[in-house]
Design a protein around this ligand. Structure first.
Ligand code: DX5
Ligand code: ZN
Length: 226
């Protein structure tokens, strides 16, 4: 199970992967030192795109025992806690904009043995997380508007990441501070300097065809930023 430790985590997003080469590309990314695998679950309602279900989690679980980080961009995410836990997800992150009972869902996720995460769209205030900061294992600051890979990092995100980091410090909350969207070798440093420690990257890892090299480069960029 994932432990709440310091350090840097690189989480390749399989949304950008060539699905015909899933096993091979995942193996390459893990060979390069990927810490987690990020799975973007979209239902065509919360976001204008449709992607994967629990079957993708089950397939990846056969390929690795590394943590699988499920990012639910769906309405009523509460319906998916059980199937995702059963499929082997390690982290279950949902959007407060998509459900009514946020605190109840966070508890339900943890009762089912997964780490509980909350993801905030760029336009969603940090106060949504402040109310439940003690219940969070992970806070995801979206650095693009969710729904697609390959978008550009929103520079205004840095200030929000800084406030999220301050929130974590003020409350002495043991949680991962994750960023997602437009994370590349050029943008990972500024996100890290703002306080993030867990970095999702899709196209920056799977678009070039050499995932191992690209995971290593992202980590190297973090090391030089510290
Ligand atoms: C977008 C997803 C991201 C996306 C990242 O809604 O949540 O995880 O796949 O892809 P890149 O790194 O290409 O922006
Ligand atoms: Zn994501």
């Amino acid at each position: 199970m994932t432990s709440l430790t310091n350090g840097i985590r690189i989480a390749p997003s399989v949304l950008a992967i060539d699905l015909a080469r899933l096993a091979d590309q995942v193996a390459r990314a893990l060979e390069g030192g990927a810490d987690w695998l990020h799975v973007d679950v979209m239902d065509g309602r919360f976001v204008p795109n449709i992607t994967f279900g629990a079957n993708m989690i089950a397939a990846l679980r056969k390929l690795t025992d590394k943590p699988i980080d499920a990012h639910l961009m769906v309405v009523e995410p509460e319906h998916y806690i059980e199937p995702f836990a059963a499929a082997g997800a390690s982290v279950f992150t949902f959007h407060p904009e998509a459900t009514v009972h946020v605190q109840r869902q966070l508890e339900a996720v943890k009762r089912r043995g997964m780490l509980a995460g909350l993801a905030l769209n760029p336009g969603t205030p940090l106060t949504y997380a402040e109310e439940v900061v003690g219940d969070l294992d992970l806070l995801l600051i979206m650095t693009v508007n969710p729904g697609f890979g390959g978008q550009s990092y929103l520079p205004a995100s840095n200030e929000k990441i800084q406030r999220a980091h301050a929130l974590r410090t003020t409350h002495n909350a043991r949680l991962f501070l994750e960023v997602d969207g437009g994370i590349t070798a050029q943008t990972i440093g500024e996100a890290q300097q703002a306080g993030a420690d867990t970095f999702v990257a899709g196209n920056a890892i799977f678009a070039s065809g050499d995932p191992a090299r690209d995971v290593r480069e992202l980590r190297r960029r973090c090391m030089v930023t510290v």
